[in-house]
Design a protein around this ligand. Structure first.
Ligand SMILES: [Zn+2]
Ligand SMILES: [Zn+2]
Ligand SMILES: [Zn+2]
Length: 448
């Protein structure tokens, strides 16, 4: 800290840090950019990181994961909120008329892989976890019952009643197959809509488009489920009115059918049986309205909240696991350890190689994107970022980097990655400069 504060380049360093908005692990770039006149080749402006403190430019990491960088995750969360909301009520280039299109909020769950400790409330009272009269004893001698009324932060929540009965293989394979199951669900949904209306798929596409945005959430037991906004548009997306027969009831019917109709088969091999994976029976389908129970605002907030979370909220690690890692020594929940071990065990089987379970063991097998949306759902995160960059460019007064209209100048740039993160002293200064909480000293910040 003292070295940095006495550095003659401190002021410029502080400006860079303020521009990263309190990013905890800024990316350091080395390189240059030239703006040239396309006709004469004359250099209009040249910027190089050469004269920057330490010879590098620091830019925000833009992660969506709150466990890695709270400030960048907050930006991501806010962008996701606006993206989802624009698809429900308009704005950001989407017409307001979109709010009249039939739209559902759908939660697709995983099936059961064995009894786990749960917390259920009815009429404001917490129910006993698994109260069974004359509870049965599992083959491992464990009673399949639990009369506890678990508190919301009980570490037993999501843990199996009997770890030996729990189907760990099916659990991680479900996570691995979930993106494909989703893809098949959207196909089946279009086919069902066509069937219900007596159209061919091609005729349907000429009249209607199914737009969606979805986010994955980990349940405590370590399986993903999906929350999705599914909307019916006219053939060209949100700008066009859907046909009059396209109602929320029709869409509900098609969703219920499609969820039950799709499966993904994992072939047998390496001593493992064939497994047919499907969605769980718990399915929640609710219309989104501008007032009442499930408003557009509530849905956008809900989706955005999950967009910045990952598997670490079920007590696993937020980094890749190495085959040489000592699993027993990792600071994780026992249930997460078993799921990771299962990924490592199945990951080396040849017929499952495509699932890349070893690389995605820390995600408990899930390798899909956390939040995705169809092309015409609303705006894109890229467009929101560009809008913000444009805003910052107008606001910026440092005069360090002039901007030209990209159509009238030739931009020649060369950038190289030069590292990531802060030294411990810089991290404290950066937190003070940007008004963000200082990093936890036990966290492993990487330094270039
Ligand atoms: Zn960041
Ligand atoms: Zn219990
Ligand atoms: Zn058992």
């Amino acid at each position: 800290m003292i070295t940095r504060l006495h550095d003659p380049e401190y002021a410029r360093w502080a400006t860079q840090i303020r521009q990263t908005g309190g990013c905890r692990q800024p990316i350091q770039l080395r390189g240059h950019v030239e703006h040239r006149d396309p006709a004469t080749g004359q250099v209009l402006h040249r910027y190089s990181t050469h004269r920057e403190p330490g010879g590098v430019l620091r830019v925000a990491c833009r992660t969506r994961r709150a466990s890695r960088c709270p400030s960048c995750a907050e930006v991501y969360r806010a962008d996701t909120y606006h993206l989802i909301r624009a698809g429900l009520v308009g704005g950001k280039g989407v017409p307001e008329a979109v709010s009249a299109h039939p739209c559902l909020f759908v939660t697709l769950t995983a099936p059961s892989f064995g009894s786990v400790h749960t917390r259920c409330e009815r009429n404001g009272r917490v129910l006993p976890c698994h109260a069974r009269r004359g509870a049965s004893i599992c083959p491992h001698g464990t009673p399949i019952s639990c009369t506890a009324r678990h508190t919301a932060d009980d570490p037993r929540l999501g843990e199996p009643l009997c770890g030996e009965c729990y189907d760990y293989a099916a659990s991680v394979l479900f996570n691995a197959a979930a993106p494909e199951l989703w893809r098949r669900f959207t196909d089946a949904l279009r086919r069902r809509l066509a069937k219900l209306t007596g159209l061919t798929l091609r005729e349907l596409r000429e009249q209607l488009r199914v737009s969606f945005a979805k986010v994955a959430e980990y349940q405590r037991r370590g399986v993903v489920h999906f929350h999705a906004v599914i909307r019916l548009d006219g053939p060209d997306g949100p700008d066009t009115t859907p046909p009059v027969w396209a109602t929320a009831e029709l869409l509900t019917d098609a969703v219920r059918h499609a969820v039950g109709a799709v499966t993904v088969t994992i072939p047998a091999g390496g001593g493992e049986p064939e497994r047919v994976l499907r969605w769980g029976e718990q399915l929640d389908v609710r219309p989104i309205t501008t007032e009442g129970d499930l408003t557009d605002q509530a849905v956008a907030g809900y989706v955005a909240k999950y967009a910045t979370k990952a598997a670490e909220c079920v007590g696993t690690l937020d980094r890749r696991i190495n085959l040489l890692d000592d699993l027993d020594a990792l600071p994780i929940r026992e249930h997460a350890r078993c799921l990771i071990a299962e990924c490592l065990r199945l990951g080396v089987l040849e017929h499952l190689a495509d699932l890349r379970l070893v690389q995605w063991a820390h995600m408990l097998g899930f390798r899909g994107h956390f939040s995705t949306h169809s092309r015409r759902y609303s705006t894109t995160l890229g467009a929101l970022r560009a809008e913000r960059a444009e805003h910052a460019r107008v606001e910026t007064t440092t005069g360090r980097l002039p901007y030209f209209d990209e159509d009238t100048v030739l931009v020649v740039a060369h950038w190289a990655y030069a590292g990531r993160g802060h030294s411990p002293g810089d991290a404290l200064l950066a937190a003070a400069l940007t008004g963000t909480p200082p990093p936890d000293p036990s966290s492993t910040g990487r330094v270039a």
